[in-house]
Write a protein that binds this ligand. Structure first.
Ligand code: 5RP
Length: 219
């Protein structure tokens, strides 16, 4: 099976968690498969809260209502992908640039179900360049602070987030203490948020594997 088949497998397995109400929906190619499967059971749910304009468009194209988080209140579940997960279900997210809205919805949800192909499970976070969303005028300042922390930030040129901001992709970080690093990066003036999801990691990770969908809970 190729990576996309494994993503589909994880996405389909996540339907088991869809019981009703309003559900949080993330962003990315794995979530796109989830949205397509969700369309088949859309009568079960009241609607969704989406983490990006791209996901909102796809949801609406299936006739699935997209609601404002402020009106929806606390959500029971949030389904989203990841660029990396460690065995404690600390994540790196933001490959698609939607990290800030993803972190907000994850924080506003009782249960965060992460869906991914098995290549995303790693021992230590950091091989995938860490996305950091920054206010445009602070880009160089934030980059200098990230260099002091041992990283090599690269500006994602020709990319603007749904919030109108820039992304720095930080290479060469070995994230041994995800919570500490999340807080330290978030404390830099001009950072909107970092793609480390450790203060609010996933509760369940569904991995697509050659042996079928496998559920992982935090070690
Ligand atoms: C978007 C994300 C995605 O969840 C992450 O990039 C994984 O994407 P994919 O499912 O395409 O591998 O964080 O901001």
């Amino acid at each position: 099976m190729n990576a996309d088949d494994l993503k589909k497998q994880a996405a389909e397995a996540a339907l088991e968690y869809v019981k009703g109400g309003i559900i949080g929906v993330g962003t990315g190619s794995t979530v796109n498969h989830f949205i397509d499967y969700l369309a088949g059971v859309k009568g079960k749910i009241e609607g969704t809260v989406s983490s990006s304009e791209a996901s909102s468009e796809r949801l609406k194209s299936h006739g699935i209502p997209v609601l404002d988080l402020n009106a929806a209140g606390e959500l029971d579940i949030y389904i989203d992908g990841a660029d990396e997960s460690d065995h404690y279900l600390n994540l790196i997210k933001g490959g698609g640039g939607a990290l800030t809205r993803e972190k907000i919805i994850a924080g506003a949800s009782k249960k965060f179900i992460c869906i991914a192909d098995e290549s995303k499970l790693v021992d230590v976070l950091g091989s995938f360049p860490l996305p950091v969303e920054v206010i445009p005028m602070a880009r160089s300042h934030v980059a200098r602070q990230l260099v002091k922390m041992g990283g090599t930030p690269i500006w994602r040129e020709n990319f603007v987030t749904d919030n109108g901001n820039a992304i720095l992709d930080v290479h060469n970080l070995e994230i041994m203490k995800p919570r500490e690093m999340e807080n330290a990066i978030n404390a830099i003036a001009g950072v909107v948020t970092t793609g480390i999801f450790a203060m609010r990691g996933a509760d369940v990770l569904i991995l697509g594997t050659e042996q079928g969908a496998k559920t992982v809970v935090p070690k």
